[in-house]
Design a protein around this ligand. Structure first.
Ligand SMILES: [Mn+2]
Length: 312
């Protein structure tokens, strides 16, 4: 067994001991890992209900049931990878630009050391500094973006950096390759039809929830996956899921993907080169019974496993 496997519940009870992502050691305990799981406790860019700043702690606690072997992908990523909890990035709660810079700089440092980084937000603004660091290392990346919202929207209250804008900036800054970008789960109401234009004009593969449920969304997704190549970043906003499964989020929208549908989509990434990712918008104050945080922990395990399976 690798030294970084999630600590067994047979060795230390699952409700006891240090609370880390997936029950892994910290960066202080293992200084040169292959993969770093970061906390980005920041929700200063939310436009509606805050609370996502508390998600990294909640997801660490929801990691109590973590085991090494990923049953659905039938693979143990910890057999070949050393993975650590890299701690929380120190993001000032009142300063979006400083918070983004801090996350970008910590992420870039790990990437330059040859590590893969997966981050637990935080509101969805965290994807922009993550993608800035990713593109500096890998060039423009492909993007798997699951969300109820396009997050390519205009400025709010005169501020162009909020949790509804990261992917507009990412495209304009050349951080993502639009021919390798997928948006899935989209269904939130919009200010006007113009809010649809950006993603479509950019050339993203846009699969709305209606297209998934009533149209050819699943076929189009399969076609997208078939042609997908190169380094890929995964960004899951938990509001892409139905609030029945993921109630703990700031801007819930009825009628989204089930957790099982999301897992099935992610399994289609087996063999792809996953270079980083995030899970965003978990808001513990709204998280009945902690079930949304559980999804966060599960996603981190899936990201690490996909990275292991597609490692070059
Ligand atoms: Mn979002």
């Amino acid at each position: 067994m690798s030294v970084t496997a999630p600590r067994s519940g047979r060795e230390m009870p699952r409700f006891a001991g240090p609370t880390t992502f997936l029950r892994l050691p910290t960066l202080e305990q293992l200084s040169d890992p292959d993969v770093v799981l970061l906390g980005a406790p920041f929700d200063g860019a939310t436009t509606y209900r805050p609370g996502a700043r508390l998600a990294p702690r909640a997801v660490r606690q929801a990691s109590d049931q973590a085991h090494a072997f990923h049953a659905e992908l039938e693979h143990d990523p910890f057999a070949t990878l050393s993975v650590v909890d890299g701690g929380d990035v120190n993001m000032p709660p009142h300063d979006i630009v400083a918070a983004m810079d801090a996350l970008q700089s910590v992420t870039a440092e790990h990437l330059q050391a040859g590590r893969c980084v997966f981050t637990c937000g935080g509101d969805h603004s965290i994807s922009l500094p993550m993608l800035r660091a990713m593109a500096a290392q890998h060039g423009p990346v492909g993007l798997i973006h699951v969300d109820a919202h396009y997050d390519t929207y205009p400025a709010a209250w005169g501020n162009d950096l909020h949790h509804g804008t990261p992917f507009r900036h990412a495209l304009r800054e050349g951080l993502i390759d639009p021919t390798r970008c997928l948006q899935l789960g989209l269904r939130g109401s919009l200010s006007s039809a113009q809010d649809l234009d950006f993603s479509r004009q950019a050339g993203f593969c846009v699969v709305t929830q209606a297209n998934w449920d009533d149209g050819d969304g699943k076929e189009r997704l399969a076609g997208f996956m078939k042609s997908l190549r190169g380094p890929i970043y995964i960004s899951v906003d938990v509001d892409g899921l139905d609030p029945a499964f993921a109630p703990g989020t700031g801007t819930p929208v009825p009628g989204g993907l089930s957790v099982r549908e999301l897992k099935s989509v992610l399994r289609q990434l087996r063999g792809q080169q996953i270079v980083g990712g995030d899970v965003a918008e978990i808001s513990p104050p709204y998280d009945n019974a902690g079930i949304t945080a559980l999804i966060g922990a599960d996603l981190l395990h899936t990201y690490v496993t996909l990275h292991a399976l597609g490692r070059r």
